[in-house]
Design a binder for this molecule. Sequence first.
Ligand SMILES: Nc1ncnc2c1ncn2[C@@H]1O[C@H](COP(=O)(O)OP(=O)(O)OP(=O)(O)O)[C@@H](O)[C@H]1O
Ligand SMILES: [Mg+2]
Length: 112
Amino acid sequence: MKKIEAIIKPFKLDEVRDALSEIGIGGMTVSEVEGYGRQNGNGELHRAGEYGSDMLPKVKLEIVLTDTQVQPVLKAIVSAARTGKIGDGKVFVTRIREAVRIRTEEKGAGAL
Ligand SMILES: Nc1ncnc2c1ncn2[C@@H]1O[C@H](COP(=O)(O)OP(=O)(O)OP(=O)(O)O)[C@@H](O)[C@H]1O
Ligand SMILES: [Mg+2]
């Protein structure tokens, strides 16, 4: 199993979710986060509609998947989230050792 953490522009959330449900991805965790990348928050349009230097609002998706789902999911996220402008975001992939579905106590990939 792997976990994909994708940090994207908030207005892209619906488009990314649609792209993921089209390829059969169900569960995920979505958080509102703040951050900055290489430009330290400069040059991106802020909520207030001004350019400045600060933390920018982003949305973080966390999705735990089987290994074979990783590549199609990466592709779907990148193509749905991309505008081509700075601040489009980033995707990180990590290994997951275990998962438990609490109601049924299923473990591993069966818990997803
Ligand atoms: N190295 C990193 N580690 C953790 N989070 C990061 C990292 N880089 C970027 N992020 C997160 O991703 C968000 C978007 O980053 P962003 O797309 O601006 O990256 P970038 O490297 O500056 O690329 P670009 O030049 O396209 O803007 C940031 O606001 C931050 O939340
Ligand atoms: Mg940036």
